[in-house]
Ligand binder design. Structure first.
Ligand SMILES: [Zn+2]
Length: 220
């Protein structure tokens, strides 16, 4: 009997409790009750999910709606902060990790055969992110079997401007990067072309079509 009376009181208080407009004593009383009463707990969970509008009293309605609205606004601004953070992280990742192909140009790339049979590629452009080179592959070119290696350089957006900033006065553009290619006796020709091994594996590209769009940069 005692418990039942208390439950109705608690459930009357729940909307106010949910909107955090009760005194500390009432809040403690409700919380204490909720810990032990499954019925009121269920009522609480149900009410918590909804905008609760009691029928009789007008003032608390406005109060509650305002409160709910404030909460919603807080939620929206939190959500937009999170979204902004994700976009910033994405842009950050893009700048630092998204690699683009450095197009071939005779001014930037110079291939050279060293005395010891080593092929060296000199690159004098802005700093690069990676060099992608294939092992020699055999193709039939103009009726002749040739061992061919493909190569391309990539850069990220982050590297070039930072290098420019830090080395501007030193004139870093005079600097050369050298890369040791395959040994010259293992290849007949080196081509500059971008390739994506994943696309080839997926059947969306082939080495033959890559060769067709490739630029010959060294030949025996
Ligand atoms: Zn109860």
């Amino acid at each position: 009997m005692m418990k039942e009376i208390k439950c109705t009181i608690i459930q009357d208080l729940l909307p106010l409790y949910i909107d955090e407009v009760v005194s500390q004593d009432t809040r403690e009383m409700v919380e204490k009750h909720l810990q032990h009463c499954e019925k009121c707990q269920k009522a609480y969970e149900t009410m918590k999910g909804k905008l609760y509008i009691p029928a009789e009293n007008k003032a608390p309605i406005i109060k509650k709606i305002n409160k709910k609205w404030r909460k919603k606004k807080v939620f929206i601004s939190m959500a937009s902060i999170v979204t902004t953070a994700i976009i910033l992280l994405g842009a950050f990742a893009y700048v630092f990790y998204y690699e683009t192909v450095i197009p071939y140009s005779e001014a930037l790339f110079k291939i050279e055969k060293q005395n010891d049979n080593q092929l060296t590629l000199h690159y004098s452009g802005e700093s690069y992110a990676a060099v992608n080179e294939t092992h020699p592959m055999t193709f039939e070119i103009d009726g002749e079997k040739k061992n061919v290696s493909f190569i391309f350089y990539t850069k990220t957006m982050a590297e070039s401007p930072s290098r420019n900033l830090f080395n501007y006065e030193k004139g870093f553009n005079d600097q050369e990067y050298t890369f040791n290619l395959v040994e010259s006796d293992t290849v007949d020709a080196v081509y500059y072309v971008d390739f994506d091994v994943e696309k080839i594996t997926a059947g969306k590209d082939s080495w033959d079509s890559i060769l067709k769009r490739a630029e010959l940069i060294w030949e025996k």
